[in-house]
Design a protein around this ligand. Structure first.
Ligand SMILES: [Zn+2]
Length: 178
């Protein structure tokens, strides 16, 4: 199957692919786009990749899925790239419906937390999962703004510092995880 053959929804400048459901549920597209655009703005990304909703559940209304946790995601080069071709640069989101997994990250893992996590991958593609990765995700969820090149503002430095401390505390509580 080619990318253009899978079920998709056009919404403004976005093409939303949803290979496992025929149609997205009420208010899902508008809310996911709102969150992705908000977090992309906070990290100064203007080039938002195609969004893919993988797995089941995306045909349910937004208010039934917004708080499900832990969701998972994928960004940039990924298994999606092999599925849909070399040019694929995606942002994939999966609801915790098909396979439950343990919480793996010290930040919110509902859809908003997952989107923030994937946006951190897109913004800092060479930053591996770890304390600094999580600190930036937490800071982003707290509203930090990361400019494209210039140094971080005092409020952003403050919230990142607090998030690093929170991440360290989480690691100290769960030493075998990461
Ligand atoms: Zn990740």
């Amino acid at each position: 199957m080619r990318l253009s053959d899978i079920p998709h929804t056009r919404a403004g400048r976005h093409v939303l692919h949803h290979p496992d459901v025929e149609a997205l549920g009420p208010d899902v597209a508008v809310n996911v786009i709102r969150l992705v655009e908000e977090y992309a703005r906070r990290v100064s990304i203007s080039d938002i990749p195609p969004i893919t909703f993988t797995g089941p559940g995306w045909d349910r209304p937004w208010d039934q899925i917004r708080d499900l946790s832990p969701c998972s995601g994928n960004a940039g080069s990924s298994c999606e790239e092999f599925r849909w071709g070399e040019d694929y640069r995606g942002l994939a989101l999966t609801l915790p419906i098909r396979a439950l997994r343990a919480d793996e990250d010290p930040h919110r893992q509902d859809l908003e937390g997952t989107i923030a996590h994937e946006i951190v991958h897109l913004r800092w593609w060479n930053l591996q999962h770890g304390p600094e990765f999580w600190a930036r995700t937490i800071a982003l969820l707290e509203g930090a703004i990361f400019p494209p090149h210039s140094s971080w503002s005092a409020p952003t430095r403050k919230v990142v510092t607090e998030a690093r401390a929170a991440t360290k505390a989480w690691r100290d509580r769960t030493p075998c995880r990461a």
